[in-house]
Design a protein around this ligand. Structure first.
Ligand SMILES: *[C@@H]1O[C@H](CO)[C@@H](O)[C@H](O)[C@H]1NC(C)=O
Ligand SMILES: *[C@@H]1O[C@H](CO)[C@@H](O)[C@H](O)[C@H]1NC(C)=O
Ligand SMILES: *[C@@H]1O[C@H](CO)[C@@H](O)[C@H](O)[C@H]1NC(C)=O
Ligand SMILES: *[C@@H]1O[C@H](CO)[C@@H](O)[C@H](O)[C@H]1NC(C)=O
Ligand SMILES: *[C@@H]1O[C@H](CO)[C@@H](O)[C@H](O)[C@H]1NC(C)=O
Ligand SMILES: *[C@@H]1O[C@H](CO)[C@@H](O)[C@H](O)[C@H]1NC(C)=O
Ligand SMILES: *[C@@H]1O[C@H](CO)[C@@H](O)[C@H](O)[C@H]1NC(C)=O
Ligand SMILES: *[C@@H]1O[C@H](CO)[C@@H](O)[C@H](O)[C@H]1NC(C)=O
Length: 472
């Protein structure tokens, strides 16, 4: 019983050693799964991360994040392109917030340009970019500018109350203007620009006023910065038909909240290095969370359970070359350099050595206990031998006939036990007052009678010895 328990203990202790010594094993085995793993995550080569999604309802957070993969006709044929279905605009990219340095996730969409007098068309005025609606997570970021290209063009943004945002561009009197300034950005010569100063607007229209009405001119919102050197002709912008506009978005946390992230709004600052961080706020009538994977050591999608995954710095990035002669060891969120000989094998060897030491210790104790038990038995036997008159008998036997070994011999209890088949009842020849007589057979085949004394009084020992002595 005891032995079994000890042996069960040893493999268990080895096992725990292995586990404690390799923490990286447990984190890399992290299961990245969510109910959305079966969803199609690309369209036309553009990746569509959750909360955005294509197809079934469970693939995206709500209707505002639904993406439809539609065919579009371009000069190079029919292509698949993703559309944000609720605002009906083609998507160029979807970007998750990836660090504390950015403020929110963004999407880039294609937005039609406003034009006047291009290709004999009098005017093209698309409806305003309208992102309002119950629970809309989108807004126009401050990165965007209003840009107008052409001569004698006057562009204005509409639908932003209490502010007039606009600019004018002209093609004459260039020398009068500040040359160095207007060469770097669109400052009035051939093109002009204006920053959108409103805070997270959701509706913006672009208007174009023209004094001459003749030449082609365009106005649009864009995330790009233009200068007179690289702005194209108004006609070219017109035939392209769209500009790229940057929209910010938040994660509507009314239905679900990202799990396992640190609340940065609550703690203000974090001291340990969490894998996932969220800020919380209100926008457009709903509570949002605005999360990112801690860019120091993690990446992935904070809106999926276990979505922020540890970067193996030893395989890529910083750790790869910075350890020099030492071995790079990846740990959650970071890496460390260790002396060469203590690579990944070290914990295993440590565990093995400790396990072996434990094994020998246990075996040693077990052996010691056995030895002590045996020793105690021998001492006890010797004591009994003495108490039962063994010494007296020995003495008598040696004094008689000079110790004739042939006629008298002292047997050990073990030998007698063997000869009588463990004092088997079948071997009993008779019962006496002082003991039982058994028929026995020695190892050499001789038949003997064995008398086994009953519990004796101390004073009867001598009598018994004498009897034995006489008999022999
Ligand atoms: C992932 O989740 C789906 C649905 O919840 C489940 O059917 C599937 O077995 C999971 N896969 C893994 C590898 O856990
Ligand atoms: C994903 O979408 C593409 C394009 O629509 C399609 O060819 C592909 O079969 C889809 N894959 C799945 C798993 O639905
Ligand atoms: C996708 O294409 C279909 C058919 O051409 C059209 O009815 C639908 O409105 C388009 N959806 C979007 C989001 O553009
Ligand atoms: C924007 O869209 C919403 C809902 O679709 C509508 O109520 C609102 O009038 C629109 N705003 C403008 C300026 O078109
Ligand atoms: C031209 O630039 C100089 C300095 O670069 C500035 O002092 C001046 O006011 C500018 N003139 C105009 C007309 O913007
Ligand atoms: C504007 O958007 C386009 C398309 O996503 C992108 O390639 C470009 O880098 C963006 N420009 C800036 C200045 O962010
Ligand atoms: C135009 O030039 C400016 C400054 O040289 C540069 O910052 C900008 O990215 C360029 N824009 C485009 C669309 O190439
Ligand atoms: C995060 O912390 C802020 C400030 O304490 C709190 O108002 C908000 O409810 C918290 N959000 C979550 C999801 O815990």
């Amino acid at each position: 019983m005891k032995r079994e328990r000890l042996f069960f203990c040893i493999p268990l202790s080895l096992l725990t050693l292995f586990i404690f010594n390799s923490p990286s094993l447990m984190t890399t085995a992290q299961n990245i799964n969510s109910s959305t793993s079966s969803c199609n995550r690309t369209c036309g080569g553009i990746s569509i991360p959750f909360p955005f999604g294509i197809g079934q309802k469970h693939c995206y957070l709500n209707d505002w994040y639904e993406v439809v993969c539609n065919t579009t006709t371009t000069s190079s044929g029919n292509l698949l392109a993703p559309f944000l279905s609720k605002i009906n605009r083609e998507l160029v990219t979807i970007t998750l917030r990836n660090s504390i340095d950015t403020s929110y996730g963004v999407v880039h969409i294609k937005s039609p340009v406003t034009s006047s007098g291009c290709s004999q068309q009098p005017a093209v005025k698309p409806p305003p970019l309208n992102l309002t609606g119950k629970g809309s997570p989108f807004f126009i970021t401050e990165t965007n500018r209003l840009v107008s290209v052409g001569c004698d063009a006057r562009a204005l943004v509409t639908n932003i109350e209490s502010q007039i945002i606009g600019c004018e561009s002209s093609c004459d009197g260039r020398d009068n203007k500040n040359k160095s300034r207007s060469d770097k950005i669109c400052g009035g010569y051939r093109c002009c620009q204006a920053v959108i100063t409103a805070d997270k607007p959701q509706v913006i229209g672009v208007n174009l006023e023209s004094s001459d009405g003749g030449d082609c001119k365009v106005a649009f919102l864009t995330n790009e910065t233009y200068s007179p050197a690289n702005v194209t002709e108004a006609e070219e912008v017109y035939s392209k038909g769209f500009s790229v506009v940057e929209l910010g978005w938040f994660f509507d946390s009314r239905l679900r909240d990202p799990v396992g992230c640190v609340n940065l709004t609550e703690t203000g600052i974090y001291t340990s290095a969490p894998s996932c961080v969220c800020e919380y706020g209100y926008f457009s009538g709903f509570g949002y969370s605005n999360c990112y994977c801690n860019n120091i050591g993690y990446r992935g999608n904070p809106y999926l359970p276990g979505g922020c995954v540890d970067i193996d710095e030893c395989e890529e990035g910083k750790g790869r070359n910075s350890c020099g002669e030492q071995t790079c060891v990846n740990v959650p969120g970071s890496f460390r350099c260790e002396p060469k000989e203590s690579g990944k094998i070290k914990p295993v060897i440590q565990g093995l050595i400790l396990g072996l030491v434990l094994l020998f210790l246990v075996l040693g104790i077990w052996g010691l206990i056995k030895f002590v038990k045996k020793r105690r038995k021998i001492i006890q036997k010797r004591k009994f031998f003495k108490r039962n008159g063994g010494l007296l008998l020995k003495q008598q036997l040696t004094t008689q006939e000079g110790g004739n070994v042939e006629t008298s011999k002292i047997f050990t209890s073990k030998e007698l036990e063997k000869a009588t088949d463990s004092f088997n009842k079948n071997r009993v020849l008779g019962q006496g007052g002082q003991g039982t007589v058994y028929k026995g057979m020695l190892v050499d085949g001789r038949i003997v009678a064995v008398k086994r004394s009953k519990a004796l009084d101390e004073d009867k020992v001598e009598e018994f010895i004498n009897e034995v002595s006489v008999l022999s």
